[in-house]
Design a protein around this ligand. Structure first.
Ligand code: NAP
Length: 252
């Protein structure tokens, strides 16, 4: 093996590819040689350009991941366009901030649909197609600090991300023997659209910063190393585990 971390010849499907962590993961994968299928409901043109500027290949699938309807088509598109579908990063996610006492059922369901239900059924379709072809493959679920902690005013988000870390273990137990590695990344507090609201609250932003041993918020590119590791041969015997990329947050 020349380079344990190389993704050359592999195809990665990344959901939520137009911005934030998803965009950073697409760019990192392209740098390491993978073809990228970016799934987003808005245009991923910016990501496509970043990938192509690196000499990589990017294919966009436009899909609203608030229902499972697009799941089959996404995996099919990867096989049809690039001939394989080796890596799946379940990154798309939403957060809705509200006192638990006031959370509306529709908002609760929307968060669970995007952050959990689609993650499961997309993983199922991905595993089914790879197992059918006798191919090894990697699933990476984007978890959160709220896979471990309760959080404040985000009960549906916490429920969904706590479920996703459990799902990561559950799917490992069923699919590891079939050549599918299922792992997770739990980002700490990162500068993306997901945290715009809390970063605009100076007091809350300071409170969070004080708790981060590394003394800074994360940048989207901070998740690149873990994402490459978990997608590459370097992690072939890592399964069912979630790596925190959090500047030390969980160590406190
Ligand atoms: P972000 O910038 O808000 O990105 C979220 C991505 O998910 C966007 O591409 C968004 O598309 C996509 N998305 C949301 N709903 C969708 C839907 N119905 N259909 C298709 N795509 C949808 O935030 P981010 O921080 O990069 O989030 C990426 C992942 O990391 C999420 O799962 C998030 O929970 C997780 N995470 C983030 C942090 C953090 O501090 N930022 C920490 C822990 C975990 P649109 O742009 O069209 O909305």
């Amino acid at each position: 093996m020349d380079n344990l971390f190389s993704l050359k010849g592999k195809t990665a499907v990344v959901t939520g590819s137009n911005t934030g962590l998803g965009q950073a993961i697409c760019v990192a994968y392209a740098k390491y040689g993978a073809n990228v299928v970016g799934v987003s409901r808005r245009s991923s043109d910016e990501t496509k350009k970043l990938v192509e500027d690196l000499g990589g290949k990017f294919f966009e699938v436009r899909a609203d991941l608030s229902t499972t309807e697009p799941v089959k088509g996404i995996i099919e598109a990867s096989f049809n366009h690039f001939g394989s579908c080796d890596i799946l990063v379940n990154n798309a996610g939403i957060i809705k901030r509200e006192d638990a006492i006031n959370v509306l059922e529709a908002d609760w369901n929307q968060v669970i649909d995007v952050n959990l239900n689609v993650v499961f059924f997309l993983s199922q379709e991905f595993a089914k197609e790879n197992i059918k072809r006798g191919k090894t493959a990697k699933i990476i679920n984007i978890c959160s600090m709220l896979s471990y902690q309760g959080g404040i005013r985000v009960p549906a988000y916490t429920a969904s991300k706590s479920a996703v870390i459990g799902l990561t273990r559950a799917l490992c137990n069923e699919w590891a023997s079939k050549g599918i590695n299922v792992n997770g990344i739990a980002p700490g507090y990162m500068e993306t659209n997901n945290t715009t609201q809390i970063r605009s609250d100076e007091e809350r932003q300071e409170e969070i910063l004080k708790r981060i041993p590394q003394n800074r918020w994360g940048k989207p590119s901070d998740v690149a190393g873990a994402a490459i590791f978990l997608a590459s041969d370097a992690s072939n015997y890592v399964n069912g585990f979630t790596i925190a990329v959090d500047g030390g947050w969980l160590a406190r």
